[in-house]
Write a protein that binds this ligand. Structure first.
Ligand SMILES: Nc1ncnc2c1ncn2[C@@H]1O[C@H](COP(=O)(O)OP(=O)(O)OP(=O)(O)O)[C@@H](O)[C@H]1O
Ligand SMILES: [Mg+2]
Length: 257
């Protein structure tokens, strides 16, 4: 049973409004969002465009503050960004003047970690995302999928307690997307990060997650939580099973309201 006490990441009654450009009134974006995510749990968030998913992720990351409510990570209030909560965005945010290896080492240098250990760790994650041989390439010399893998390695190398991902594979072609999904599944199997994963893709959410939170249209609320019963390790063949199709249909119905 889920309890508040084993939450790795907790959002308690989060609400958020933004001022409307040129107007005096506010646009309510998030309304009383509550959830808790256990250690190593993979939770996806699905919801219509504009319902506040990125806003919620930015609040969990500490980039934005909620108007009311609390966010806590490992029992500590979230007061700003931290390497404990790494973020991967839809477009890979890499430093164009640094090569792959230095992009991945960047956060470790900021944390002033031992240079030799950092280099060894960077090599492990470069290999994990299959970028060995491309260490000295600059972002402009990589494909979109390779850039996204570098961004993933850059987040993972910090060994975050929580990994927050905002539609990380949305801009990739289908084939690259499948291979990134497989990669993330195997990395999650190995390192057991606690994951919050925003996607528009119902199949992707079902394939990857332990649980799916469905948000209403704006102002976003969590209207349904679905436990995903499929055993791990999972592979793409899961998506062609009858159980998968039944759950997919149920989620689509829920999204359509
Ligand atoms: N800085 C901001 N100032 C004003 N309004 C904002 C700001 N950031 C987001 N919004 C508004 O908040 C609402 C939710 O935006 P958000 O980016 O969180 O949606 P989303 O669910 O991630 O959508 P999508 O699926 O299209 O990415 C939108 O109406 C947007 O215009
Ligand atoms: Mg968004």
């Amino acid at each position: 049973m889920r309890s508040m006490h084993d939450a790795k990441l907790l959002a308690d009654s989060i609400s958020k409004s933004y001022s409307r450009p040129g107007e005096k009134n506010f646009l309510k974006v998030l309304d009383d969002i509550r959830f808790h995510i256990r250690e190593s749990e993979f939770v996806s968030i699905l919801g219509p465009s504009g319902c506040g998913k990125s806003t919620l992720l930015n609040i969990l990351a500490g980039f934005e503050t909620a108007d009311c409510g609390d966010v806590a990570c490992c029992g500590e209030p979230v007061k700003g960004p931290s390497p404990e909560r790494a973020v991967v965005f839809q477009s890979p945010v890499l430093f164009p003047w640094l090569d792959v290896k230095d992009n991945i080492l960047y956060g470790l240098k900021l944390k002033k970690e031992d240079r030799k250990e950092s280099e060894d760790l960077a090599s492990v994650y470069i290999k994990a995302v299959a970028l060995d041989g491309f260490e000295e390439y600059f972002p402009s010399q990589l494909s979109g999928g390779m850039q996204q893998r570098a961004a993933l390695a850059r987040a993972l190398v910090l060994r975050p307690k929580v990994l927050l991902m905002d539609e990380p594979f949305a801009s990739l072609d289908a084939q690259t997307r499948y291979s990134m999904q497989q990669l993330l599944l195997s990395l999650h199997g190995k390192y057991r990060h606690t994951m919050v994963f925003i996607t528009h893709d119902v199949e992707e959410a079902l394939l990857m997650s332990d649980r799916i939170c469905i948000m209403s249209k704006r102002p976003g609320r969590i209207v349904e939580e679905i436990d995903v019963p499929f055993e791990r390790p999972r592979s793409l063949s899961l998506t062609s099973t009858q159980e998968f199709s039944i759950l997919k249909t149920k989620i689509i119905a829920s999204l359509m309201g």
